[in-house]
Design a binder for this molecule. Structure first.
Ligand code: UTP
Length: 406
């Protein structure tokens, strides 16, 4: 123990984190054990990736060919048939990304449980399961649905889906798994505590969906051996088509390693990731990265007009050749509650960083990508805030315009 403690102390000293143990003497024996094992588990190399990932990134961006909505319309029957065939033969699984904390929405439960209805219950999960049921009905077969949850929200999601009887989907095909966490820091990279014996942790971003799925052990049995594609979707876009046969068909027929649903940007400064090529590779440049690059005149975005909506298809075999450690880690400014002097502080302003991997960065690791255009009015109503842009209000307006009775 002494030896372990000395090793741990030197490590904390080297990493500039000795502030964490200032209160060590106030802890009881068992509390000390708990705390020290939490400290021993910190992966400092992950945090380093947050500092260095973008330092030497090269930007040579150019437009990428888009599979336009008109093209998809013209080939609808063929695309649908190919997509439904893949679903029917067990090649496709859906992954619903529900591990986020939804801080902007300010809802105390996982976002999928948020009720967007006005005169009747319309929880966000219901929109996704309606699409999943419809594809299963057309294919004549149920297919696997993985729901990635956060540690804090997992039990609530499971209870909620069970209480709603999976919105009509066959529960034997639905599995939840919990995504990994990463420690949070202040703006100087100093780790924050969430209690006397625990570190402030947050989900490690939606880019960890595959590594967390592998870690969960769900893929290790033979049950999902036939799955070749994952349709990875954000939970908070209530208009998008999850497990869309046309999108699946178009991606599979194209031979690409991944497909990304894209929309034409409403304005150059719309806050969605830009799809393009970077040094010849398919890539997504996040909007906050783009703001900086444009300010520094480091890129020219002429002819690049489409952005992603977080609805992807990833080829399993290619994902298995993409170690999680290759992904960049983003430092995202957030309000992070922390423990100090015997109490929890809930900051009113952003006070530190969360460390997240993003699904958008997976696109650049793929050798090829089919950007598949969908129409904004038909597939893009994100619920990020209560009011204003990308909000409950704007999503309700779009749902009404699309014919939904709220
Ligand atoms: P956002 O980036 O909008 O994050 O997630 P969020 O947590 O929902 O909301 P804010 O930023 O705190 O307000 C886009 C999608 O990725 C999922 C979210 O659940 C949402 O479906 N996500 C995000 C995860 O699954 N895990 C994460 O760690 C982060």
């Amino acid at each position: 123990m002494i030896c372990n403690w000395q090793t741990l102390y030197s490590r904390l000293e080297r990493e500039g984190q000795t502030h964490l143990i200032r209160h060590l003497e106030t802890l009881s024996g068992t509390e000390k054990e708990t705390f020290l094992s939490a400290l021993a588990g910190i992966d400092f190399s992950y945090l380093k990736r947050g500092e260095t990932s973008f330092q030497n990134r090269v930007y040579e961006i150019s437009p990428i060919d888009i599979f336009t909505a008109e093209k998809a319309d013209a080939r609808r029957t063929e695309l649908d048939a190919a997509g439904l065939d893949a679903v029917r033969s067990g090649k496709v699984a859906a992954v619903l990304l529900c591990g986020g904390q939804g801080t902007r929405l300010g809802f105390d439960h996982p976002k999928g449980m948020y009720d967007i209805g006005l005169t009747r219950p319309l929880p966000i999960f219901g929109f996704h399961f309606a699409c999943l049921c419809e594809t299963a009905r057309r294919a004549g077969a149920w297919f696997p649905v993985f729901v990635m949850t956060s540690r804090a929200g997992d039990a609530q999601v499971r209870e909620f889906l069970a209480s709603r009887r999976y919105f009509g989907y066959d529960s034997r095909y639905v599995r939840t798994y919990v995504q990994d966490m990463a420690p949070a820091t202040d703006f100087d990279g100093r780790l924050l505590l969430s209690g006397k014996t625990s570190l402030a942790m947050s989900p490690n971003g939606n880019g960890g969906w595959f590594s967390s799925l592998v870690l969960s052990g769900l893929l290790s049995g033979a049950q999902y051996d036939g799955v070749e594609w994952f349709n990875v979707v954000s939970i908070d876009n209530v208009l998008q088509k999850t497990a869309d046969p046309s999108f699946i068909g178009a991606t599979l027929l194209s031979g690409a390693d991944c497909g990304a649903k894209v929309i034409r940007k409403a304005s150059p400064d719309e806050r969605i990731g830009l799809i393009c090529r970077n040094e010849g590779h398919p890539a997504v440049i996040e909007y906050y990265e783009l703001d900086r690059l444009l300010k520094e005149s480091a890129v020219c975005t002429d002819g690049i007009e489409y952005g992603v909506i977080l609805n992807y298809l990833f080829r399993r075999e290619r994902m298995e050749r993409t170690p999680e450690g290759e992904l960049p880690v983003h430092r995202v400014r957030k309000k992070i509650p922390y423990y100090c002097d015997g109490r929890t502080v809930f900051p009113e302003q952003e006070n530190g960083y969360k460390y997240e991997m993003l699904a958008t960065d997976l696109v650049e690791r793929m050798d090829s990508c089919l950007p598949y255009e969908v129409r904004r009015a038909e597939e893009f109503a994100p619920v990020k805030n209560r009011h204003g842009v990308d909000s409950v209000d704007s999503a309700r307006e779009m749902l009404s315009a699309a014919g939904y009775v709220l």
